[in-house]
Design a protein around this ligand. Structure first.
Ligand code: ADP
Length: 673
């Protein structure tokens, strides 16, 4: 939980940090992108205004050119006017005089000479629209010219043919003629506005623009659109500033607004920014992936560290030369040395007990040779304080990612506590057995007293007889000897009884020796008989020939036998006397002695015909302190089973088909080496 909490907090902080780390580059990229977007737009705007300015300049230039041409015409025809005023030019010579001028200025339709009343005196020719006519407006312009003594233009007028077909738009320029300050008429230059555009606007300008002459209200007088109609994007309007007439020059470029994409610069900028965004995104994704991997790794390491630190098993890694490359805290605690004191140490190790150096070296050689046993081995280690403690070591090869062996990994268990518990258990068991023996002895004590009475009484009567004989003066050795021999035999018997009790009760360490079952039954028989006689139970012993000996503690086995026989005898106390038979049979578990290979287990059965074992009793039969007897301790069977298991044997029971119970134990045979 602690680790999860810690890593959770750490990862939240990490995420906050990451968010901050990305803020600046994101802002910069956004700024860069907005500049990138703004830049082409700005370039386009500049281009638009540049084109517009260019158009204005060109328009002004054209306007200047037209005006210049018109003024030159005014000048040229002013001279003609002067010649008329001076009388050098008769009316019939006008055509001849103006021919060259008209040829050079093709925008002029005709030139007319008017007298002071406004009547046409002469005209340069009669081309186009029939005989010259002057409008009402023209008369007004003429009056103005006369009044102002300068050239005046009439407002252009659209002509319509007799058939109603629209014709040219014409504009007249009145040049007043004064003779000695006396107005004597005027010279009228008639312009076709379409020709003004055709003649005076340079072709290159006309190619790029639609040029229109309009009035004040944008009504079109003439138009030239050699390069097509204007797009309405770049336009300019400027007055021609003709005295008396409101004529405007309007230009409309055929060029459309500049488009963004064809611009190579814009294209490459867009491409570059896309590339930049993509690479940033890829970088971001890559870094995120790395950070995630790092986070997972950090969590793993923290988890592993926590696991290692909380382990109670010592871990130790060694390289191929046997040098320590890793120890966990549990191992350091176990041997009382710090990791620094252990790392890179080669044998002999500081935790080896000096007296067992040879053992270690042998083990170490086994480890290096790879022949060490897999199920672990016990050995003594030494703490820094000098205290020895037993450990259980499991060694296994240490493999790297590619499966190559890089050393050995050992897990070390401090088993001193386990050993202590085992020892304690053993002592407890021994005490229990000793108390059980004492309890049995208590029971035996009364029967023993009774039993000893018999030999003692017999001894007493034999010795009394012998004394009587001696007192009566018979000192015949032949008479005395049988009595004394019988007395001696009784003493032997009493001694045997006492010794067996003594042997039985004596507390001692268990010692194993090869024990023959026959022999064992013989030695314990006096005690069994003692109980059997009391309860009027007959004993039958059958021992199969050629049985192997068992490796056992003789006294412990005696106790087992005594327990089982005592239980059997007690179970038969209430049955009719003819059924009170205790049978002890010893055999092996070999069913076919000829075919089955030796060795076979030795089986001892204690068979009674008593009250048997009820199911409710059977459940607790081997539980300690379970007894159905008033004075029973209930530990007999439990001890028997533990004892037999201690010897590698088993104890169980079956119901006797004849009634009663059969307790049966088996022991592995002793195989002499
Ligand atoms: P205890 O003899 O002190 O009662 P045991 O552990 O030897 O303790 O026996 C436990 C119980 O098992 C006995 O009280 C008895 O009821 C039952 N028992 C043991 N042996 C026999 C037997 N041969 N026949 C019937 N009951 C038996």
């Amino acid at each position: 939980m602690k680790i999860a909490g810690f890593t959770g907090f750490a990862s939240a902080r990490l995420q906050r940090k990451q968010a901050w780390r990305w803020l600046l580059p994101i802002l910069l990229v956004l700024l860069f992108l907005s500049i990138l977007i703004w830049l082409p737009w700005q370039v386009r705007q500049m281009e638009v205004s540049e084109r517009q300015e260019q158009l204005i300049a060109d328009t002004l230039w054209v306007e200047q050119a037209i005006r210049f041409q018109l003024s030159r015409n005014e000048e040229n025809f002013g001279q003609v006017g002067a010649e008329i005023a001076n009388g050098y030019l008769p009316p019939d010579k006008l055509r001849e005089r103006t021919m060259l001028l008209l040829k050079n200025s093709r925008e002029i339709q005709r030139v007319m000479w008017l007298d002071a009343t406004g009547a046409i005196v002469a005209s340069s020719d009669l081309r186009a629209n029939g005989p010259p006519r002057l409008s009402q407006a023209s008369a007004e312009v003429s009056a103005n010219a006369r009044k102002l003594k300068s050239a005046q233009y009439s407002q252009p007028v659209k002509t319509v043919s007799a058939a109603g077909v629209p014709g040219l738009t014409l504009m007249d320029c009145y040049l007043p003629i004064f003779n000695d300050g006396q107005y004597s008429g005027s010279l009228v230059i008639r312009y076709a506005l379409q020709d003004i555009l055709n003649e005076m606007v340079p072709w290159w300008f006309a190619q790029d623009n639609e040029i229109v002459l309009t009035d004040n209200d944008d009504a079109v007088f003439a138009m030239r659109a050699a390069g097509g109609l204007g797009r309405g994007v770049y336009t300019h309007r400027h007055t021609l500033e003709l005295p008396g007439a409101a004529v405007y020059l309007r230009t409309n470029s055929v060029k459309s607004a500049p488009t963004l994409l064809p611009n190579l610069l814009v294209g490459s900028i867009i491409l570059l920014s896309l590339g930049l965004i993509w690479s940033l995104w890829a970088l971001w994704r890559d870094i995120n992936r790395r950070l995630a991997a790092e986070g997972a790794l950090r969590e793993q390491v923290a988890f592993r560290m926590a696991m290692e630190n909380s382990l109670v098993t010592g871990l130790r890694a060694r390289d191929l030369k046997g040098r320590i490359s890793y120890v966990n805290p549990a191992f350091c605690r176990m041997v009382g040395l710090s990791a620094d004191q252990l790392l890179n140490k080669a044998p002999p190790m500081p935790y080896w007990a000096p007296e067992a150096i040879e053992d270690y070296e042998e083990r170490f050689a086994q480890v290096l040779a790879g022949t060490v046993q897999q199920h672990g081995f016990e050995i003594m280690f030494q703490r820094a304080s000098g205290e020895r403690f037993p450990v259980l070591i499991y060694e296994s090869p240490l493999l790297d990612d590619s499966g190559r062996q890089t050393g050995w990994m050992g897990s070390i268990l401090d088993i001193s506590d386990r050993k202590k518990v085992e020892e304690l258990n053993r002592q407890q068991q021994e005490k229990l057995q000793s108390s059980a023996r004492l309890a049995t002895m208590g029971e035996l004590a009364s029967t023993l007293a009774h039993e000893l009475n018999q030999p003692l009484a017999a001894i007493s009567s034999y010795t009394a007889g012998a004394i009587n004989l001696m007192q009566s003066g018979v000192v015949d050795a032949a008479l005395l000897q049988p009595a004394l021999e019988k007395a001696n035999a009784q003493v032997q018997r009493a001694g045997l009884i006492i010794r067996s009790v003594h042997e039985f009760v004596k507390r001692r360490e268990p010692t194993r020796e090869p024990v023959s079952m026959e022999n064992l039954i013989d030695s314990v028989m006096p005690l069994i008989e003692l109980q059997a006689q009391q309860c009027f139970v007959a004993i039958q012993v059958s021992i199969a020939p050629g049985l192997p000996a068992v490796l056992a503690d003789r006294v412990m086995l005696e106790q087992v036998l005594l327990n089982l026989t005592r239980n059997a005898i007690e179970a038969m106390q209430q049955v009719p006397s003819e059924r009170r038979i205790l049978r002890i049979s010893v055999s092996t578990d070999r069913v076919h002695p000829d075919t089955e290979p030796a060795p076979a287990n030795v089986i001892v059965s204690v068979i009674d015909q008593g009250h048997g074992i009820a199911p409710e009793v059977a459940e607790h039969l081997f539980s300690p302190f379970f007894s159905t007897k008033a004075e029973g301790m209930g530990i007999g069977l439990k001890i028997c089973r533990t004892t037999l298991e201690f010897h590698g044997g088993t104890l169980n029971y079956v119901n006797n088909p004849l009634g009663g119970t059969i307790f049966r134990f088996s022991l592995p045979p002793h195989l002499p080496e």
